[in-house]
Design a protein around this ligand. Sequence first.
Ligand SMILES: CCCCC/C=C\C/C=C\C/C=C\C=C\C(=O)SCCNC(=O)CCNC(=O)[C@H](O)C(C)(C)COP(=O)(O)OP(=O)(O)OC[C@H]1O[C@@H](n2cnc3c(N)ncnc32)[C@H](O)[C@@H]1OP(=O)(O)O
Ligand SMILES: Cc1cc2nc3c(=O)[nH]c(=O)nc-3n(C[C@H](O)[C@H](O)[C@H](O)COP(=O)(O)OP(=O)(O)OC[C@H]3O[C@@H](n4cnc5c(N)ncnc54)[C@H](O)[C@@H]3O)c2cc1C
Length: 645
Amino acid sequence: MDGVVDHLADERNKAQFDVEEMKIVWAGSRHVFELSDRIARLVASDPVFRKDNRATLSRKDLFKNTLRKAAHAWKRIIELRLSEEEASKLRFYVDEAAFTDLHWGMFVPAIKGQATEEQQQKWLPLAYKMQIIGCYAQTELGHGSNVQGLETTATFDPQTDEFDIHSPTLTSSKWWPGGLGKVSTHAVVYARLITDGQEHGVHGFIVQLRSLDDHLPLPGITIGDIGMKFGNGAYNTMDNGVTRNGKCVRSNVPRQLIYGTMVFVRQTIVSDASCALSRAVCIATRYSAVRRQFGSQNGGVETQVIDYKTQQNRLFPLLAAAYAFRFVGEWLKWLYTDVTQRLQANDFSTLPEAHACTAGLKSLTTTFTADAIEECRKLCGGHGYLCSSGLPELFAVYVPACTYEGDNVVLLLQVARFLMKTVSQLGSEKKPVGTTAYMGRVEHLMQCRCSVQKAEDWLNPNTILEAFEARTARMSVAVAQKLAQFANPEEGFLELSPNLVEASVAHCQLIVVSKFIEKLQQDIPGKGVKELLGMLCNIYALNILHKHLGDFLSTGSITPKQGSLANDQLRSLYSQVRPNAIALVDAFNYTDHYLGSVLGRYDGNVYPKLYEEAWKDPLNDSVVPDGYHEYIRPLLKNQLRNARL
Ligand SMILES: CCCCC/C=C\C/C=C\C/C=C\C=C\C(=O)SCCNC(=O)CCNC(=O)[C@H](O)C(C)(C)COP(=O)(O)OP(=O)(O)OC[C@H]1O[C@@H](n2cnc3c(N)ncnc32)[C@H](O)[C@@H]1OP(=O)(O)O
Ligand SMILES: Cc1cc2nc3c(=O)[nH]c(=O)nc-3n(C[C@H](O)[C@H](O)[C@H](O)COP(=O)(O)OP(=O)(O)OC[C@H]3O[C@@H](n4cnc5c(N)ncnc54)[C@H](O)[C@@H]3O)c2cc1C
């Protein structure tokens, strides 16, 4: 940082581990770190990608600016001959929810995952060259969660060799698809296939929406944006749209698993959660080290708020979770790749596990992250509520992750189905494997006793693992036993769905903890790196244990005393992490541009920059505000006149 004072230098000097090596761990490899660092700086140095003005633009100006950025990004990708990996990183660091997310994040994956070889050869080159822009049109005004309830029909007409894509009711209008409203020329539309009067369920159809000449909707197609969404800038850079009707030639009907794209996107959302969470935690951690409040002795400096145990108790579990989600996201990416290879060999054996894991971990990580971003705002006090903190926008863009790609409760119920099926098969030849392998030890887990006698005993990964396994096994068996009392299993499932959701959360938390522990069994270079990750793993696990103590106690998985010892150990871990906190968030290697936060600046130079930012607000363009002379002056004059009467 040439010539700039680093207000966090003292904090950085406290680090007890090799930050440069931790950066490699966070990135996943040296290659990804170097590529990410290079692309992040490229984006940060390009004035077209500025984002500090988003909150003050009108929706139309905001959207037009998004199109400008997307076109500029594409131009830079072509000019610099960026690889797909580099281009994806560039779009990530541009950090704007836009139609390109859905083109690359769903339309292309849907064609790659569901279209035939022939269809891929036709459509993928057009999509890769952005000669067409696509979106993923599944959700309707009346149905989103219930895919089998979709009403749009696709009736084959042998005369024209086409499908008539029809929206028979208002509620069948496609509604929400990102990029649909104003930009996409094509969509993968999900509709009920009808041939010769026979209905064949929901299938995908590649439909052209707009002319490639003048961008006007094709004949018979109604199309538009669904309107403003939560927050100012935020997700309003995205044209989530509505459309009705269309046409599709017979050769445009993908043949594969219609649910495959959702499995793919859900696994990417877990990694996205780790990114969004780490951004918020980086801002809150740096600001907590800068902010001083109370505690000054005879006029000396006040206490850094990061030194308050309550601040650590709220912040450090979020820091730990950012790393935990990073590693479970790495594992989930492997699981998805593995299941995709198996499917290509017609091996469907791990598809149920892949569905349950992607659904459950997407639900768990997005719910936690949405709550955590709000907690980070609160950790920053009043200044966290300013747009210049970066946190309100991050929250507004992030929270729909709890809904899109599957409502989080609906997805946990999918995990519950998977868990109940696993429990029902215990004792049969079909042994539980993968993430439910622990259920194979259910006899032991139903009666084992936690061995913790003193706080440090909680540092043993096997002790933590067994407590989490016992909790989940006992919750799952308990709800399965209740289910068995219902004559109608579906009725029982509905009645007991709250319990089922809790067992599913427990199962997913166990997966996150176990994957963190597995990560620590790998060779991890760098002074102190593995030690710090071990502390974060223990903080993540013991914080979950503390927050869900009711489960652990009601299932008898631990005793109240052991729960109290876990809390004692947590406080001790906070003290060990405290000197490393700034270095742990530096390891994310985020540029100030990407963070978009005055509070989270690398140099910690917060107050002068906060003050500087204020004057940029358009409201300060004039000393006397618009409206004073029309409304305030007469009011004051009238009041003064009345006062004299
Ligand atoms: C800022 C931008 C970020 C950029 C990131 C990149 C991309 C953008 C990502 C997200 C943001 C933007 C866009 C968002 C897009 C969307 O939201 S797309 C629409 C998403 N919609 C959903 O997720 C709908 C959720 N509902 C469902 O998935 C199904 O309806 C549900 C699973 C709930 C029910 O399925 P259904 O078939 O009706 O009933 P069953 O429960 O009986 O299931 C039947 C069997 O099928 C198995 N199964 C279900 N789903 C899957 C699956 N995905 N994969 C594999 N198998 C599946 C299920 O287990 C049953 O099997 P058994 O019969 O038990 O063996
Ligand atoms: C920002 C954003 C972007 C989106 N982008 C796209 C896109 O690009 N393409 C696309 O196709 N879709 C998109 N969607 C739509 C999204 O996929 C759906 O909104 C999502 O799947 C949830 O479905 P829903 O809206 O029908 O919710 P609902 O299912 O109506 O949820 C309402 C409530 O009902 C509860 N509920 C529903 N079913 C059950 C049940 N069986 N048991 C218990 N509780 C239940 C839910 O938990 C929730 O509390 C987007 C949505 C958003 C917010």
